[in-house]
Write a protein that binds this ligand. Structure first.
Ligand SMILES: CC(C)(COP(=O)(O)OP(=O)(O)OC[C@H]1O[C@@H](n2cnc3c(N)ncnc32)[C@H](O)[C@@H]1OP(=O)(O)O)[C@@H](O)C(=O)NCCC(=O)NCCS
Length: 186
């Protein structure tokens, strides 16, 4: 399963991706607003094992893809359809993404999210997507706005991260259901 965008390739993870994933997942700056990380090598290995498990799950609930630019893994994107505090109905999914710091500021996150959501609308029947981010994560807020999502909630003291309570902004968007472009089965 692969999705091509203008500049990027989204593909399933494999065991050979450990070093590339660890390069961004162990970076404290990259993880500053995340609930996870900075990863130990064991954390990153466990993440790739989880990806391997989800790839063969029936029914599959989570699609986590490597974001590849010029043959190198520069980040990760995930679409989660399992029920959660934000995903209640079939046809809904939660979106998340992370990029290596060197890849920021090129529009890659928005390009990735748009392609993944187009694929999810066409192949998974996803019609509504949700995402959360910390209010101070202005880059992520901007990505969600750029792909047409709107803030629908501000959850005060939503999560406890590193011993501190944190607010979350909730974004949502409706997807057009249609034929996805640039995808191929593999
Ligand atoms: C959030 C993240 C994925 C954005 O990736 P990116 O490829 O740089 O995003 P894009 O280039 O598509 O868009 C970023 C937008 O935010 C803006 N932006 C980035 N940092 C900003 C900041 N500190 N203040 C204001 N705007 C900012 C950029 O100018 C750009 O907007 P523009 O296209 O209108 O100029 C990346 O910074 C990242 O991986 N962060 C760490 C992980 C993370 O926070 N993930 C999201 C968890 S909710």
């Amino acid at each position: 399963m692969e999705i091509s965008t203008r500049r990027l390739l989204l593909r399933e993870y494999g065991p050979g991706d450990l070093d590339a994933v660890h390069a961004f997942a162990s970076d404290p700056v990259v993880c500053a607003f995340a609930e996870w990380g900075p990863n130990t090598p064991q954390d990153t290995a466990a993440f790739l094992e989880e990806c391997a498990v989800e790839q063969v799950a029936v029914p599959r609930k989570t699609w986590t893809f490597a974001i590849v630019w010029g043959g190198s893994v520069i980040g990760s994107v995930a679409l989660m359809t399992g029920k959660s505090d934000l995903v209640h109905e079939p046809g809904e999914a939660e979106l998340g993404y992370v990029l290596h710091r060197n890849a920021w500021g090129n529009g890659y996150a928005a390009e990735t999210a748009e392609a993944l959501l187009a694929w999810a609308g066409g192949h998974l029947g996803i019609t509504r997507v949700v995402a959360t981010c910390r209010p101070e994560n202005t880059g992520s807020v901007r990505v969600l706005e750029k792909i047409g999502m709107q803030q629908v909630d501000h959850l005060h003291e939503h999560k406890r991260i590193d011993g501190k309570t944190r607010d979350s902004l909730v974004f949502a968007g409706l997807l057009p259901v249609g034929e996805p472009a640039g995808t191929s089965a593999g």
